[in-house]
Write a protein that binds this ligand. Structure first.
Ligand SMILES: Nc1ncnc2c1ncn2[C@@H]1O[C@H](COP(=O)(O)OP(=O)(O)OP(=O)(O)O)[C@@H](O)[C@H]1O
Ligand SMILES: [Mg+2]
Length: 372
């Protein structure tokens, strides 16, 4: 799929702009603080309803305005779809082809994006919470029922923890909550495991193509290995029961997918501790590029790749390898401070936009041989 155009009204530093994108590579360049990330962010919000930046929705509304609106025309092999998000500080409205969509889960699985931002370095360097958030966001796009499943799991986990804090225990009731929780967890565990297995089908090659190094892999570190018990709910419940006493003492749930994690390895080296800054960036990037293949297979569609300032801190050879990798058949929207990092081959294929203080111009001097 690809985004044919986007229309922003009162979004961040944009008053009212319409941009038509190229089906292949799009480069958006401009000085700092001109609106490059804001534009990518708007595409992400159009797809997922929420921003990846850690701010309130009301911060997305242009200063002194009362609402924002994002419209975009999504083209895919089957149908075109008019996606739209409207927010007025009270409520967010999502529509597809002018029909209101009330459930987030029905909206976010339609337009598939893969985003890379400098903050994604946290996926390797940050706490496990960041990696779980990554899994949850990606899997919600891949499976429309994962979002609900995770929501149900979080609900039952909260119920269980609240019950623990209550101080009076009816073991039969506690068993029922625990069994229900285990049911949800098994499904989440299976999906996460399959996802990471599939990532590893592609990641080692991608990492090798960009860096020349072999032995890259991602290792799922589940808090509880449900597979070890052949997903047998009764056996698993018995193992969970062994921890009841300590749960009653510490008032929190001992086992569960809410404590899952994953790590990046180069052979036996954990890249979180041993990788250089550039290697860590490329590890996360490799994870995201591997996802393209999974979206292709699972959703039978190419996702839209959004790359925010991806080329800083990566040396020229690796930049070129990465750019070669990107000039395939998927839509890529890249931001950069300058065009210097791009080779002529890419520049001739790309549609190039210059951003200046919330205004966007097609760079005609650099207008390549693109198809719209
Ligand atoms: N709600 C808002 N209303 C008006 N302007 C905003 C709003 N939110 C952010 N801005 C402005 O947007 C600009 C930042 O835009 P953005 O983050 O897209 O910059 P950028 O071009 O990506 O810069 P860099 O190269 O430094 O990453 C800032 O000038 C900021 O003041
Ligand atoms: Mg930026």
């Amino acid at each position: 799929m690809y985004l044919k155009n986007i229309n922003l009204k009162n979004y961040r530093n944009y008053s009212n702009i319409k941009v038509s994108f190229n089906k292949g590579i799009n480069i958006i360049y401009g000085n700092n603080a001109q609106g490059k990330t804001n534009l990518l962010e708007s595409i992400y919000v159009l797809a997922l309803t929420n921003t990846f930046r850690n701010v309130n929705d009301s911060d997305l509304i242009k200063k002194d305005k009362l609402f924002f609106r994002i419209n975009g025309l999504l083209k895919n092999s089957k149908l075109d779809k008019n996606m739209s998000i409207f927010y007025d500080s009270k409520k967010k409205y999502m529509t597809i082809d002018n029909t209101d969509i009330n459930k987030v889960s029905n909206y976010i699985s339609v337009m598939n994006t893969i985003l890379f931002t400098p903050d994604d370095l946290d996926i390797i360097k940050g706490p496990p919470l960041v990696r779980r958030k990554f899994l949850n966001t990606e899997l919600s796009q891949l499976y429309s029922n994962y979002y609900l499943l995770n929501l149900e799991y979080e609900k039952v986990l909260k119920m269980r923890n609240d019950y623990l804090k209550n101080g009076k225990y009816d073991i039969n009731y506690y068993d029922i909550i625990t069994s229900f929780m285990i049911e949800k967890e098994i499904l989440i565990f299976k999906i996460r495991k399959k996802f990471i297995d599939r990532i590893n089908n592609y990641a080692p090659n991608i990492f090798k193509n960009i860096t020349g190094l072999s032995g890259f892999k991602i290792v799922y570190k589940p808090n509880f290995d449900f597979e070890l018990y052949n997903y047998d709910k009764n056996k698993i419940l018995n193992v969970f029961k062994e921890k009841y006493d300590s749960e009653f003492k510490f008032l929190s749930t001992f086992y569960g997918v809410h404590k899952d994690d994953f790590d990046f390895y180069l052979d036996d080296l954990n890249l979180k501790s041993f990788g250089s800054q550039g290697q860590q960036r490329l590890s996360v990037l490799t994870l995201k590029l591997s996802e393209i293949e999974i979206f292709r297979k699972w959703k039978e569609n190419n996702p839209i790749l959004l790359l925010d300032d991806v080329f800083s801190e990566i040396d020229e050879i690796k930049n070129n390898n990465l750019l070669d990798y990107l000039s395939g058949d998927i839509q890529v929207i890249i931001t950069a401070v300058s065009l210097n990092i791009f080779n002529n081959d890419i520049l001739s294929k790309a549609k190039i936009f210059k951003i200046d203080n919330g205004k966007i111009k097609i760079d005609k001097n650099r207008r390549g041989d693109f198809s719209e």
